[in-house]
Ligand binder design. Structure first.
Ligand code: FES
Length: 196
């Protein structure tokens, strides 16, 4: 079945009016999230109190990242990022995929130069949309405290207040289709990337 591209839809407001970021609250229940996000879940048996007389198996739910079509390789132009949401449509899911024109850590395609990253600063959630710089292959400076991230080196911090790299969206190439298949690093505002 063919997946539907969602890269060209208009951006919806992501943070409340008048706030620079909205830390904290998940806006949907775990059940709503699992029903709407496309996240795959499986029930597995987990041993608790292993090695003790109280050892027993209990059911546990494991969530896995969805495989989502985010762009066509042939449609990417160097240094022109495209936006998409991943791993769901919830808070802080906005991300970019960009063809850097130079090889990069985690890069896909013939030039190993296509990478994707979450679009929110790991410091306090500053919105990095529109801050990509083609001359330095970086994202930033963050509008809040100026953190800047190197997209050729897995989103490592170049300068600023943050102390964690930008979460990198893991990509797979299948023909001309680019799929997001996971996230390396914790997305700002989430205690678990798959649970909002
Ligand atoms: S929120 Fe980006 S540097 Fe503080």
């Amino acid at each position: 079945m063919k997946a539907k591209l969602e890269t060209s839809k208009p951006r919806a407001p992501r943070i409340p009016e008048g706030k620079k970021h909205a830390p904290g609250k998940c806006l949907m229940s775990r059940r709503q999230f699992l029903l709407t996000s496309g996240v795959a879940t499986a029930t597995v048996m987990v041993v608790v109190n292993a090695g003790t007389p109280f050892a027993k198996e209990v059911p546990g739910v494991v969530a896995t990242y969805p495989r989502k079509l985010v762009a066509k390789l042939s449609a990417l132009k160097q240094d022109e990022p495209l936006e998409f949401a991943y791993p769901d449509g919830g808070m802080y899911a906005e991300s970019i995929v960009v063809k850097l024109g130079v090889p990069a850590g985690g890069g896909i395609g013939p030039g190993r130069d296509v990478v994707a990253f979450n679009n929110f600063c790991t410091h306090q959630g500053g919105d990095l949309a529109g801050t990509y710089k083609g001359d330095t292959k970086s994202l930033g400076a963050c509008p809040l405290h100026l953190s800047t991230y190197d997209l050729t080196r897995h989103g490592i911090l170049i300068s600023g207040q943050a102390y964690q790299s930008l979460p990198q969206v893991l990509l797979e190439l299948d023909g001309d289709n680019i799929y997001a298949v996971g996230v390396f690093g914790l997305i700002f505002g989430r205690f678990d990337n798959l649970q909002g």
